[in-house]
Design a protein around this ligand. Sequence first.
Ligand SMILES: Nc1ncnc2c1ncn2[C@@H]1O[C@H](COP(=O)(O)OP(=O)(O)OP(=O)(O)O)[C@@H](O)[C@H]1O
Ligand SMILES: O=C(O)c1ccc[n+]([C@@H]2O[C@H](COP(=O)([O-])O)[C@@H](O)[C@H]2O)c1
Length: 199
Amino acid sequence: MQIALFGMSADPPHRGHGRVLRWLARHFDHVAVWAADNPYKQHQCPLRDRQAMLKLMIQDLPVPPGRIALYEELSHRHSLVSAQQARERWPQAELTLIVGADLVEQLPHWYKAAELFQLANILVMPRPGYRPSDQALAAIRQQGGQVAIAETLKTFEVSSSYYRQTEDAQALPTAVRAYINQRNLYPCTASSKEKQAIS
Ligand SMILES: Nc1ncnc2c1ncn2[C@@H]1O[C@H](COP(=O)(O)OP(=O)(O)OP(=O)(O)O)[C@@H](O)[C@H]1O
Ligand SMILES: O=C(O)c1ccc[n+]([C@@H]2O[C@H](COP(=O)([O-])O)[C@@H](O)[C@H]2O)c1
């Protein structure tokens, strides 16, 4: 069994994540997803809300039932710990850690990266504006990593920071948008401003 491991900040989850997940659902037997606190970032919204938004996004994806699932218990700031927990849960599976192209340069410097590479292969999602350098790919391989690029995946230019900066609700799945509006999660978004004006 081939399992994709996809941890993310999801602050908030957006349509680019949805595109990646649909592609993963076609190429893996199972896709395990979680929201995590990235040790290199500050987050705008609490982890429990990011987990909840991811769950809502996954529910609406047009994929076979059960192919993609949220595993809150895999959440950890260090991917090594998430991968260790996944290995305990699926002792026989081939594990593949999913990362966007923007993370490849930093990946060799992640917490105990060589140990992580022993537990999981690395599959890189192309992302507009980011091209993994040969040096970064070589640095992963030098630490024993098996790394490949998902060449057939066509992603598009959208990010959580784009949403946070532009307030462009089109960047988000409908259910995520509704969740944010209900809880006023990103206080600078247009919808929140509208709600403040009404109240
Ligand atoms: N548009 C995209 N195409 C391909 N991969 C993406 C895209 N957006 C995010 N990813 C990847 O998905 C994972 C989770 O991303 P994350 O939740 O940090 O979103 P982000 O849009 O990169 O956030 P931020 O803008 O806050 O840095 C990372 O591996 C990231 O590289
Ligand atoms: O293990 C690490 O040292 C490490 C360093 C940076 C990021 N990560 C993980 O990488 C995943 C993607 O992060 P992000 O913010 O790009 O969505 C998320 O699960 C983080 O916990 C992990």
